[in-house]
Write a protein that binds this ligand. Sequence first.
Ligand code: 5AD
Ligand code: SF4
Length: 473
Amino acid sequence: MKSKLLYINTIGCQMNVYDTEQMAGVLFSLGYRLTDDIESADMVIVNTCTIREKAEQKAFSFLGRLAKIKAVKPSLIVGVGGCVAQQEGEAITRRMPYVDLVFGTHAIFRLPEMVRRIEHSRCRIVDVRLSDVIEVNKPVDVQLNENQVSSFVTVMRGCDNYCTYCVVPHVRGRETSRHPDHIIEEIRIRVEKGVREVTLLGQNVNSYGGKEGLCSFAELLKKVNRIKGLDRIRFTTSHPKDLSDDLVSTFGCLEKLCHHIHLPVQSGDDDILKRMNRKYSRDSYLEKLARLRATCPDIAITSDFIVGFPGETDRQFQATLDLIETVQYDGLFAFMYSDRPIAQAAAFSDKIPNLVKKERLKALLELQEGIRRNKYQAMVGQVREILVEGPSRHINTNANGVPPAQARYRGRTSSNHIVHFNAPNSLLKKKELLTGTLMDIMIEGAYAHSLWGRVTQKTMAEKTGKGGATIAA
Ligand code: 5AD
Ligand code: SF4
């Protein structure tokens, strides 16, 4: 079969990155191979996100660019997938006549049939049906990048929580978990292709399996921990209200589970949390963090915050800053609240002016920057195990007192910190000793978003079978 070229632009969250892999996987059977070159593509798909206003704007501006490309290349198939497609449906084809296909978040597995029909009859298709079950729960083969060390695997889709600011339950449908056997099989397929680290994905992985009576998420982790050839397990996202003691205890007993948890809190004020419909209090959240830290003292904790939620007073915002100061997060994402028309909070009164939201975001990020700097500095002089992901793409040379680095490779610590290092010549010659392997690195310096270090003598001796004397500078 003649190869055709497929370009996919992924906007938004990790769930979309995974869905993009699935799209590429199912279209492989029709002869489509991924390309990075949009000009040479036979089909372009934009996998959209609508979680915040900015993400949605990005999708529409990319679609504007596609109109120009299609004008000079009418044979190009243009597809719009993901959450904007789910939300807007036919309105997209009405507004943009050059779009051939609009497919929602549950239609990925119907893609081959739809694309075949478009290829044959150049018809236009809109499929935004939401089904109650994940139609094809089976493991899917994927087109992984060369030397891809880390991969996402969805364990559940959708969300039943209806946080008042959030569009996800409306566009991704009700919560549905995949069968553990399918998840394990999918991970095995990836491990056979060289993957060493897997991130289990779901809007709220902590409630995995509950509705279907499958195993709990903690039990699923134990099963994944037994997969041979897999070195590391991560998961995201967790909802604090569903973080069970069982799950907390896995951090103390599963050797492959990375010492990192992303636990979005959104606000440090109880009234705001109530109006967000988050169903936990500041104190109960802090209690869960204390349990996590008691079980796994070096666990890295990261979170999401929304500033300027409708009605948020200065005092309530201060409570958020105070929470950040108390917890000392290893990292965080912060967003200015933006109305999502189908989410409940869009109808709330007391919207916060943009200028105030901007000021609050700035204050929050400045506070976190100080915390981050201290945390990074404290890591200098420590030895950390990293999983090597490949050559460093770009390095921030504006380091905090660290000389401009010549680091060539990068990896990630269990706590999810990126570390660059100079790959010793003896390892560069044998790439199988580098990418995809675990290495001990002595941390020597900190950049704004990553760390810098050198391979320890012990690791060199283990890898080369010699002493550590050959380490390159
Ligand atoms: N406005 C701003 N941020 C939002 N998020 C979700 N919905 C909104 C919204 N309407 C943020 C939350 C969530 C992250 C993925 O996006 O912090 O955890
Ligand atoms: Fe959105 Fe809340 Fe569900 Fe997360 S838990 S996806 S914020 S509704």
